[in-house]
Design a binder for this molecule. Structure first.
Ligand code: PLP
Length: 282
């Protein structure tokens, strides 16, 4: 049984009933968060709550719960979340007014849905071999910093990766790397790490921040700046980061080898530091 939180009540997920007039359903008018849970402990909850608050403020949704109450929902769901690793998904929409109309309703309470599910971590053996990416144009809007539930371009990009049998699709806008369908991108050249700056063009990933911090603590130079597509294709190493993919080494891009074609030494050092925080995967 998967436990869910829905507008103040906990129940089995398959018993939750949502109005067809919910603006999340009709307009994708909502935002979301995904946290990882390792052995019952939520990883970086404060950072996720900060980002949820930023997303909500950007689209002017009042969740009707304060930060402590939102945190309490995550913590309650973490208690019964699958072990050893899980994710908790939370989405907040602008609610279900009586009529469908594009502009904000005069009165409607936000709808909040949250539930946990198992996180299948990318295993040690897979990481030793590394993963592949394909590339695609970034066809998304210009507020990718908002973690919006309007994800159709990301769905298409993820499907492209699925059909190619690779881990992710890296998106390119105006000759620059933005990010993957649901992860951030790092490149390494001559021992220096670069990752796109977290502005309106990408989501400021929580594991992106962790990877930057860990690399800097290890004395590895990290630049947050525009990264050209040509740099991606000439990189010694590529990594991607996300809550679910953690910190994954990329060894092929559009069928061509990345660097030596094996996970690189800079990735390995940062990955070891990451595993020091969350424990090694199986
Ligand atoms: C578009 C996009 N970029 C980056 C990320 C990675 O963010 P985080 O590390 O907070 O999971 C995600 C996560 O879902 C995402 O959807």
């Amino acid at each position: 049984m998967t436990l869910a939180y829905w507008n103040g009540t906990y129940s089995p997920l398959d018993e939750v009933r949502i109005s067809p007039l919910d603006r999340g359903f009709l307009f994708a008018d909502g935002v979301y968060e995904v946290v990882a849970v390792y052995d019952g402990q939520i990883f970086e909850l404060d950072a996720h709550l900060d980002r949820l608050a930023r997303s909500l403020a950007a689209v002017r949704i009042d969740p009707g719960l304060d930060r402590a109450a939102l945190a309490a929902v995550f913590l309650r769901l973490a208690e019964t979340a699958p072990r050893p690793a899980a994710t908790i998904y939370m989405q907040v929409t602008r609610g279900a007014p009586a009529q469908r109309s594009h502009a904000f309703p005069a009165s409607a309470q936000a709808s909040i849905l949250a539930f946990a599910g198992p996180l299948k971590r990318l295993g040690r053996a897979q990481q030793k071999d590394g993963f592949a990416l394909v590339s695609a144009p970034d066809i998304r809007w210009l507020r990718c910093d908002i973690k919006s539930i309007a994800l159709l371009p990301s769905v298409l990009a993820a499907q492209q990766a699925a059909e190619a049998g690779v881990l992710e699709t890296v998106m390119i806008r105006d000759g620059l790397v933005s990010e993957c369908a649901a992860s951030n991108v790092f490149v390494v050249k001559d021992g220096r790490v670069a990752t796109p700056v977290a502005d309106h063009r990408i989501l400021d990933g929580i594991n992106r921040r962790i990877a930057i911090r860990l690399a800097m603590e290890l004395g590895i130079p990290v630049e947050q700046r525009d990264v050209a597509e040509a740099e991606l294709r000439a990189a010694d190493e590529i990594w991607i980061t996300s809550t679910t993919k953690e910190l994954a080494p990329i060894v092929r891009l559009d069928g061509a080898a990345v660097g030596s074609g094996r996970p690189g030494p800079v990735w390995r050092r940062v990955r070891e530091a990451f595993d020091g925080l969350v424990g090694e995967p199986a």
